[in-house]
Design a protein around this ligand. Structure first.
Ligand code: ADP
Ligand code: MG
Length: 727
């Protein structure tokens, strides 16, 4: 009866009352963040100036200044009720990690005093061996440290002051996402500033921006608890499609159910208080699927904010009797969740480099950055795919709903025309761009290029959308940093190569504009294979992409190989973002994580089969057998046989399906035993991908068929129609 109790309760749960702050969002925005306004208030002015210099220009802080910063922070945090502090970091687990310490120390007189020194702010030593590190540190020499990242402000959650940090091994290798991300952002800053100087010598800094769009599902907490597969793996390993799901397309942008609206309201208030500029919320395509998006921010901060939002979502959902599902594919046959990464570059002079400008020169600059981005994506398309690949996101990629497992870029007709024009007009030294009405080519001085925003292609994994590129293949559960490290590093490397080529021409006496155009023209031709405006889901595209030489691999563990290709290692090393050793270690972690995820799913499925599915199917079958026997005592043999034919067929089907299931669960255990003996993490992951993952699907097929024939009263697990349509 558990299932019926939880379903009944889920249907009756009322929306929770949300206490809305009495002031306006602009007033409570950043309430729990030690932002510049608070730094100014809580720090002596000389300390404030030094800290701002550290934040904006990476200047080092001396010990005395760090002590004063720590004291100011502690005073502010204590006023908000904080009693503890933690170094908040992003290990390779996709989540965040924190170890809380109280602000107390012995006072030397037998008592305690409250303390928080600069030393504690700047550095801590969590046990590195307990986090995935791909063998960089084994358990015997387990020392890594976390170090404060002053470019992302500290914040208070509950009673704890959270300090964003990088996590590094004592030997210097990065053990997290933030350290290489900061290096990638610094590389793209440096390379882009140099290229900006062709157009404007006043540019001193280029910032990468990120605006993520987070998709997620909500399910009722009671129903969730009755689904061990959701609880342990984040997705349903079985479950037949509901008769109605998204075919009427009535959920997308539909009215938000009141219970969900209360959750969203609460989440938004708490996010704003943490300084996360959330702006957009709406229903997504699938039932019970939603999206949340903030206004874009500097990339490192945006990544931190996304990590924070994901943990906030989990917490707030529980308060509302929900569980949030961040898995990329919680339900088969229903749309999965992604996290579009809107990415662009902007200068400290206020220019968005991926946005068309008003003058010819501005548009030449725009084309320069767009074409170099295309080149970077073209040259490293396999790596970019690897950067978003995971055991969970693999369910989404390649299925007919999400970006396909081939990276290509959609530019839209207007921008494509501009690039074609440049490519074809080899003798012109001015770029001619379109007017307000659209594109009029061959007009040298044009006020503004309007990119038609309706000219969109939902199937493209890397689409140009007016003033930015939108990397859509990122998984909903992933740390955006992985994609952002690969993309920013690739663009940084590309801009350096571009600058070298242009400078070489200028040195030979070529005028600047024509040197720029010559190299751009060459790149436009070279990067053509990455441009694709058609339907990314079609089979023709797969064939075409193969011919174009794009990476078409679909096996997750093999896609990870892209990180270790010579051109990837060269790119990461030349830009100073990661060494070969770090890349190798990270791939070990990726393969190991892949294996573990499939292994857990296989175990959970095995348990559910033996404890839920087979016993329920057999009891129902026994009831039917009983009925068939009793029919014989009621009716003449021939008639009884006729009347029982339907039930006999079901009895037979149950036997066949349970036998198949049992046999394959046993075979899966054997396959796991074989795979587990493989020493190489890569080979083991491949074995799990090739031999075990497909079995999950085969077994599931029969379970889902049983769900359709077994008595609903006896079925213990909440069904899709209940999980997906609870309000
Ligand atoms: P969509 O129509 O794809 O849902 P939105 O207009 O809602 O897109 O914007 C999606 C995200 O893109 C938001 O986070 C927004 O702030 C961000 N965004 C807008 N312009 C830029 C830009 N130039 N660089 C990076 N992100 C941007
Ligand atoms: Mg979008």
């Amino acid at each position: 009866m558990i299932r019926f109790n939880v379903v009944e309760k889920a249907f009756q749960t009322k929306p929770m009352e949300v206490s809305v702050p009495s002031c306006r969002p602009s007033e409570y925005f950043g309430k729990y963040v030690f932002n510049r306004e608070k730094m100014f208030k809580y720090l002596p002015s000389t300390v404030y100036a030094k800290l701002v210099d550290a934040m904006d220009h990476g200047a080092a802080l001396d010990r005395a200044t760090a002590d004063e910063v720590a004291a100011g922070m502690k005073r502010w945090a204590s006023e908000l009720g904080a009693t503890h502090y933690t170094h908040w970091f992003q290990p390779l687990t996709e989540g965040t990690a924190e170890k809380h310490d109280a602000f107390v120390e012995h006072d030397g007189k037998g008592g305690m005093m409250e303390e928080f020194s600069g030393k504690l702010l700047v550095q801590q030593e969590p046990d590195a061996s307990s986090f995935p590190n791909g063998g960089i540190r084994n358990t015997f020499e387990a020392r890594g440290y976390s170090a404060w990242d002053p470019s992302s402000p500290v914040f208070v959650v509950d009673d704890t002051l959270c300090i964003p940090t990088v996590f590094i091994a004592y030997t210097g290798e990065s053990l997290d996402y933030k350290a290489p991300l900061l290096k990638a952002l610094s590389a793209v800053d440096k390379a882009a500033v140099a290229v900006c100087h062709y157009f404007d010598n006043n540019v001193k800094k280029v910032t990468a921006f990120l605006g993520w769009e987070q998709e997620y599902f909500l399910v009722d907490e009671g129903l969730y608890a009755a689904r061990p597969d959701l609880l342990l793996t984040g997705r349903t390993l079985m479950g037949h499609e509901a008769s109605k799901n998204q075919q009427l397309e009535d959920h997308y942008f539909g009215a938000i159910p009141t219970r969900v609206a209360a959750f969203m309201k609460d989440l938004e208030i708490q996010a704003l208080e943490l300084g996360i500029p959330v702006k957009t919320r709406h229903n997504e395509v699938a039932p019970n699927q939603f999206e949340l998006a903030p206004i874009y921010e500097e990339c490192n901060l945006a990544v931190d904010h996304n990590m924070l939002v994901m943990s906030l979502m989990r917490k707030v959902a529980r308060a509302h009797g929900f569980r949030v599902l961040l898995h990329e594919k919680p339900f088969k046959g229903v749309n999965g969740s992604g996290k579009h990464n809107n990415w662009s570059l902007g200068t400290d002079t206020g220019v968005l480099l991926m946005a068309p400008g008003k003058t010819t020169e501005e548009n030449l600059r725009f084309v320069t950055f767009v074409v170099n981005t295309l080149m970077a994506v073209y040259r490293h398309n396999g790596l970019l795919k690897a950067s978003i690949m995971s055991a969970t996101n693999a369910h989404r990629l390649g299925a007919n709903e999400a970006p396909p497992a081939i990276i290509s870029s959609f530019l839209g007709s207007q921008l494509s025309k501009v690039l074609d024009h440049i490519e074809e007009n080899a003798n012109e030294d001015l770029v001619s761009l379109g007017g307000k009405q659209g594109m009029k080519l061959d007009i040298p001085q044009i006020p503004e290029l309007l990119i038609d925003n309706t000219d969109r292609n939902r199937t493209s994994p890397f689409a140009f959308t007016g003033n930015r590129f939108e990397f859509r293949a990122v998984g909903s559960e992933a740390n955006c940093a992985s994609a952002m490290i690969a993309l920013n590093t690739a663009v940084a490397e590309q801009l350096v190569i571009f600058k070298n080529e242009v400078d070489a021409l200028i040195e030979k006496g070529e005028p600047k504009v024509s040197a720029l155009l010559q190299v751009l023209r060459k790149y436009i031709k070279e990067s053509k294979p990455i441009r694709f405006d058609g339907n990314g889901y079609s089979d023709e595209w797969k064939e075409e992409a193969m011919k174009r030489g794009l990476d078409c691999e679909t096996s997750c563990p093999i896609i990870f190989d892209n990180y270790l290709k010579p051109e990837s290692v060269a790119m990461f090393e030349a830009t100073g973002v990661m060494t070969r050793k770090e890349l190798e270690a990270r791939n070990e972690v990726k393969w190991e994580t892949y294996t573990k995820k499939i292994q857990i799913e296989a175990r959970v499925l095995g348990d559910l089969v033996m404890n839920h599915i087979v016993p329920v199917a057999i009891s129902y079958q026994t009831k039917l057998i009983d009925n068939v026997f009793k029919m014989k005592s009621l009716f003449a043999a021939e008639e009884a046989e006729k009347l029982s034919a339907g039930n006999v067929a079901i009895i037979k089907e149950i036997s066949e399906r349970t036998a198949y299931i049992k046999e394959h669960v046993d075979a899966m255990v054997e396959a796991r035993k074989v795979a587990n003996k493989i020493a190489s993490e890569r080979e083991k992951a491949i074995a799990y991908h090739d031999n075990i993952a497909p079995m999950l699907e085969l077994i599931r097929y029969h379970i889902d068929k049983l769900e359709l024939i077994v008595d609903d009263q006896m079925w213990t697990l909440p069904k899709y129609r209940e999980l997906l349509f609870i309000r």
